[in-house]
Design a protein around this ligand. Structure first.
Ligand code: SF4
Length: 502
C-alpha cells in the first residue's frame, strides 16, 4: 500500500460559515496552494465580493449527473452532501450519488484518502462506467486531501478528481466549468495519445462549431439551423452528455463561448488549437455579429455568413416587431446569459437600465457589455443581491427579471417579476425562436402591474416581519419593554467593546 499523505488539521464541522480566509489558508498550508491559485485565476472575485449563491459544488455535481455512464462521488461534510443530493434530486437527477464520509480522525490521519481510493476502486467497473468523478467539498479541500494521487484510470475507467470548495469557486455556474474543463483536459490527452472512441452522429469531414454553456434544449438545434447555410454543423455542447462527446467537441473548427464563464474549458479548446468566439446569436444585431465572427474564425469567406444572415435576420426582425416590449426591465441572474437576455430585450424595445450577473467579467462577454453600455445599460459583474435590489428599487421597473430573493422582494413591492432560472432560462433565447418566445413572455408580464398593486393592498401587513409566522389570530405584539431592553443591551455591548479597543 502507498504511504498515505497526512492531511491538514481543519475541524470537520467547519463549512460555508467558517470563514473563507481561514479555509483558504488551511488549504494552502495543506498543499493545495497551486489548486487554489488556479481557481482564483480562473474565477476572479473582484471588483466586488463573492456573490451570494447556493453551494457552488451543485454546478459540477449536476454536470456529472447529467452524463451517461459517469459515476459521481462526493467527499465532504454530511450536511453539505445532504443538501447537494437533495437539490440534485429536486432537479430530477434520478441518479445515485456516492458519498465517502469522514470524521476528525480519518481526516487528520489520511485515512479519508484511503477510503476515497477504496470507493473509487469499488465503483470503477468498466461494464457500468466510462468515468468516475470524485469531488472534494470544502473541508477535504481545506485539509489537502490529495485527489491527484488517485490512479488516473482503473480497468479502463477514467478517474477525475476535482476540488470544488465554496471558498475557491464563487458560483455554481463556474463549478460546472471546473468539471467540464477537467474532463476536456483528460479527453484531449487521450486524443493526443492515439485513437479514441468514435463520437456518435458526427459526419466525417464536416466542420463543426462547439457551443459552450448549458442551454435550453431547443437552442442548439436552432443555432445549428443558423449555421447550416455556412456549411457548418454543431458539435456536442460543453458540458456534454457522454464521454465520447468530448472528443467530438474538441474536434470542432470553432468553439463558441455562449456562456462566458467557462474559463477552464476554453483553455482546453485553445490548447487543442481551436479559436474561441464570444457572445451569442441574439436579436438582429447580435445574430449578425455572431455569424460574422464564427465565419471569420472558421476561415470562411464573408459571403457564407451573409447567406446565413439573409436566411434568418428578416425572421428575427419580424419576431421582435411582433412582440414589442414597451417597458422598463431590470435583469439579474447567475446563469451567464444575463447580458444576452438584456440585448434581446433592448432590441425588442425595452428600456433596460441595469443588468447584474453573478458571473465574472471575461473577454467572451466583452462585445455584449460594450453593446449594452453604448445603449446606457449599467452592467454589473459579480453582482451581489444587495446591488441587484438597490438597482431594482432605484429603477422602479415595470418588470424585474431575477433570482428567487429578488423576485420575492419585487413582489412585496408590487413590481411584476419573473424568475430568471425557471422562466427565462427555460425558453429559447437564440435566433427567431428566441426573439418570439422571450419578448413574448416579457411583453405579457409587463401588463401585470395593476394586478400586483391590488394584491399588495389586499395582503397589506400579512407575512411582513412582525406579522410573519403561523397561528396568529392578530398581529403579534412585543412583550412590554422588550425593544427598549434590547436596545440598552446592544448599546452597553458596543460601549464595552469600544472600551476594550482603547
Ligand atoms: S461544500 Fe458547499 S455547503 Fe458545504 S461548506 Fe462548502 S460551500 Fe458550504
Amino acid at each position: 500500500m502507498d504511504t498515505l499523505p497526512p492531511t491538514g488539521p481543519v475541524a470537520s464541522d467547519t463549512g460555508c460559515h467558517g470563514g473563507r480566509e481561514t479555509m483558504l489558508e488551511a488549504a494552502r498550508a495543506a498543499g493545495k496552494g497551486e489548486a487554489m491559485e488556479r481557481l482564483a485565476a480562473d474565477y476572479p472575485k473582484g471588483p466586488h465580493d463573492q456573490p451570494q449563491s447556493m453551494c457552488p459544488a451543485f454546478g459540477s455535481l449536476r454536470v456529472g449527473l447529467r452524463m451517461k455512464r459517469v459515476a459521481t462521488i462526493l467527499s465532504g461534510s454530511a450536511c453539505c452532501v445532504y443538501g447537494l443530493t437533495f437539490t440534485s434530486h429536486f432537479y430530477g437527477a434520478k441518479r445515485s450519488v456516492g458519498y465517502v464520509p469522514f470524521n476528525s480522525e480519518t481526516l487528520v490521519t489520511g485515512k479519508l484518502f484511503e477510503d476515497i481510493r477504496d470507493a473509487v476502486h469499488a465503483t470503477a467497473k468498466p461494464e457500468d462506467y466510462d468515468a468516475v468523478v470524485i469531488t472534494n467539498l470544502c473541508v477535504p479541500t481545506a485539509s489537502g486531501v490529495p485527489l491527484d494521487l488517485l490512479p488516473k484510470e482503473i480497468n479502463g475507467v477514467r478517474i477525475i478528481g476535482i476540488d470544488v470548495p465554496g471558498f475557491g469557486v464563487p458560483t455554481h455556474a463556474e463549478a460546472k466549468d471546473v468539471l467540464a474543463g477537467a474532463m476536456l483536459r483528460y479527453a484531449r490527452g487521450e486524443a493526443e495519445a492515439g485513437p479514441v472512441a468514435r463520437p456518435r452522429n458526427v459526419t466525417e469531414g464536416e466542420p463543426t462549431v462547439a457551443l459552450i454553456g448549458e442551454m435550453f434544449p431547443a437552442d442548439p438545434p436552432g443555432i445549428g439551423a443558423l449555421l447550416a447555410p455556412m456549411g457548418l454543423s454543431l458539435a456536442p455542447s460543453t458540458p456534454c452528455r457522454e464521454w465520447r462527446d468530448l472528443y467530438a467537441a474538441l474536434d470542432c473548427v470553432v468553439a463558441a463561448a455562449v456562456h462566458p464563464f467557462y474559463t477552464a474549458s476554453v483553455r482546453e479548446f485553445r490548447a487543442a488549437g481551436r479559436p474561441v468566439v464570444g457572445s451569442g446569436p441574439v436579436g438582429v444585431e447580435g445574430t449578425a455579429a455572431w455569424l460574422d465572427a464564427i465565419g471569420a474564425a472558421a476561415g470562411l469567406p464573408a459571403s457564407k455568413a451573409d447567406a446565413a444572415k439573409q436566411c434568418f435576420l428578416p425572421a428575427i426582425a419580424a419576431a421582435l416587431a411582433g412582440n414589442r416590449v414597451k417597458a422598463r426591465v431590470t435583469v439579474s441572474g447567475y446563469e451567464g446569459s444575463e447580458l444576452l437576455v438584456a440585448r434581446l430585450l433592448v432590441e425588442a424595445g425595452a428600456e433596460v437600465p441595469y443588468v447584474g450577473t453573478a458571473c465574472p467579467r471575461t473577454e467572451w462577454s466583452a462585445a455584449d457589455r460594450e453593446w449594452l453600455e453604448a445603449r446606457g445599460v449599467h452592467v454589473q459583474y459579480r453582482a451581489s443581491l444587495e446591488q441587484d435590489l438597490a438597482a431594482m428599487k432605484d429603477a422602479n421597473p415595470d418588470l424585474a427579471l431575477g433570482t428567487t430573493p429578488l423576485v420575492q422582494k419585487a413582489k412585496e413591492l408590487g413590481i411584476p417579476a419573473l424568475y430568471f432560472t425557471n422562466m427565462v432560462s427555460a425558453r429559447p433565447l437564440f435566433g427567431p425562436a428566441g426573439a418570439a418566445s422571450l419578448a413574448g413572455i416579457v411583453a405579457a408580464q409587463t401588463g401585470q402591474a395593476e394586478r400586483m398593486k391590488r394584491m399588495v393592498g389586499f395582503f397589506q401587513g400579512v407575512g411582513t416581519p412582525d406579522g410573519a409566522g403561523y397561528g396568529f389570530r392578530d398581529k403579534p405584539s412585543d412583550p412590554p419593554g422588550f425593544r427598549e431592553r434590547q436596545r440598552k443591551i446592544r448599546a452597553a455591548k458596543a460601549k464595552a467593546e469600544e472600551a476594550v479597543g482603547t
